[in-house]
Design a protein around this ligand. Structure first.
Ligand code: SF4
Length: 436
């Protein structure tokens, strides 16, 4: 993991919602640090999402924002394509408690109306709001209200991409040696042209995004932008598709960038309920150690021919129950058998090793129960809740393994040893085979 790229931070929100810092760590003598009250360190990477319903449908929009906030969204964006959407904003802002971003395309007046309504950030697209007077009007309104602006140069809205080779040659084709060179040169030039308008008006509270549906364009574009602009970067793969494939596309691009220190806020986008964007975004940040985990971390084996319980259902049920009941970041392991289970679950605070329609439950290495398959879920959850209380009261410490987990005898009380299973299936004494 590379250290975070330093940027000029932006601050999104107000006293009521709480303020989310995005980026930070710029050197005080950097030209872009102008006007910053004090030196900052980089804030934890934040998770954003966007409502899927109509903004003017106030009750539904508010309900969706509450749901996304409860799932862990730090910032929520809403689309404001029509006047009736910006008219709904004051009521939505009054009923919600998370920073709200107005997503503006084509009509600069929607941005002015959203600022007037009190939103906490504006997103502008240079591809469809590029009249200088209009851009200046939005900048001035945001400056008056101290609202940051995200400039999003999405690949899809850069009209010159259709003739990118010719346009890039005009621009000097600064990246012609790269696979995406022509496109990158257009994106960078667009950004430079656009940001000059902001700088000329002494406005620096800017975040940048450069999304594409192609993960490799996203990696190349943000890498080049991070070298040139010390503004926080909002990462995302746009139009990533259904959750199943969109997840891979987003995680490969965003994970690669963040491992290299690039990126200050993320939005994973799926053609699905945005709650998945929040959940998967948070999990990505937890996996990279960029956010402190909230709730339990579930470790589960992939299962194999040694399994003797319905582990897939058990894991799903455990996952659902843990997300409802556990708030401390304990590690919970659900392992299909005792062959490799104990070693693989090392470090888990609470673990179950399944066997022949039974499970042995351990808490920090100490065996606490052997229960039948039907009781595993409830007993495991009870142990997790009890452990959570002990952590909260200071009696136990997360990650502290008091006793080594000694693999139970596969031929013992669990009766789940693969050799025994193989013998039963094959009807003869099995050969010794290595576990996975
Ligand atoms: S060996 Fe046991 S723990 Fe490992 S995948 Fe197979 S069932 Fe799961």
């Amino acid at each position: 993991m590379q250290p975070r790229n330093p940027t000029r931070p932006i601050f999104v929100g107000d006293q009521r919602t709480g303020i989310v810092q995005i980026g930070g760590g710029i050197a005080p003598d950097h030209p872009l640090a102008k006007g910053l009250a004090s030196p900052t360190t980089a804030a934890p990477v934040s998770v954003q999402t966007m409502t899927a319903g109509y903004t003017h449908d106030i009750d539904k929009c508010v309900a969706e924002i509450h749901k996304l906030t409860a799932a862990g969204a730090d910032v929520v964006r809403v689309a404001v394509p029509e006047r009736k959407d910006t008219e709904a904003l004051p009521e939505i802002l009054a009923q919600t408690n998370v920073p709200i971003v107005a997503d503006v395309h084509f009509h600069f007046k929607r941005a002015l109306e959203a600022v007037e309504a009190g939103v906490h950030k504006i997103r502008l697209n240079p591809g469809n709001i590029n009249d200088r007077d209009q851009v200046e009007a939005v900048i001035d309104a945001c400056k008056d209200r101290k609202i940051p602006i995200r400039v999003g140069v999405n690949e899809g809205s850069i009209i010159e991409r259709k003739d990118k080779q010719a346009r890039a040659k005009e621009l000097g084709a600064v990246f012609s040696d790269q696979k995406h060179g022509y496109l990158l040169s257009i994106m960078i030039a667009k950004l430079e042209e656009y940001l000059d308008i902001f700088y000329e008006r002494d406005f620096y509270d800017i975040a940048i995004s450069a999304k594409s549906m192609d993960a490799t364009v996203v990696i190349d574009a943000y890498t080049e932008i991070a070298k040139r602009f010390a503004h926080p970067l909002h990462l995302g793969v746009t139009h990533a598709g259904p959750k199943e494939t969109g997840c891979i596309r987003s995680v490969v691009a965003l994970g690669s960038l963040m491992a290299n220190g690039i990126g200050d806020t993320i939005r994973i986008s799926y053609a699905n309920d945005p709650i998945y964007e929040v959940e998967d975004g948070l999990e990505l940040l937890y996996s990279l150690g960029l956010r402190e985990r909230k709730g339990a971390e579930l470790i589960a084996c992939p299962t194999c021919g040694r399994i003797q319980v319905d582990l897939f259902s058990l894991v799903q049920d455990v996952n659902d129950k843990l997300s409802e009941a556990i708030e401390v970041p304990m590690k919970v392991a659900v392992m299909g058998c005792v062959v490799n289970g104990p070693g693989e679950a090392e470090g888990a605070d609470v673990a179950v090793f399944a066997g022949d329609r039974k499970g042995i439950i351990y808490v920090q290495g100490e065996k606490v129960a052997t229960v039948g398959e039907d009781e595993i879920l409830d007993r495991l959850l009870d142990e997790c809740k009890a452990f959570q209380e002990r952590v909260r009261s200071g009696e136990a410490k997360l990650g502290e393994k008091k006793v080594d987990i000694v693999p139970p005898d596969p031929e013992g009380e669990l009766g789940s040893g693969w050799e025994k299973m193989a013998a039963q299936r094959m009807g003869h004494t099995p050969l010794t085979i290595e576990g996975n």
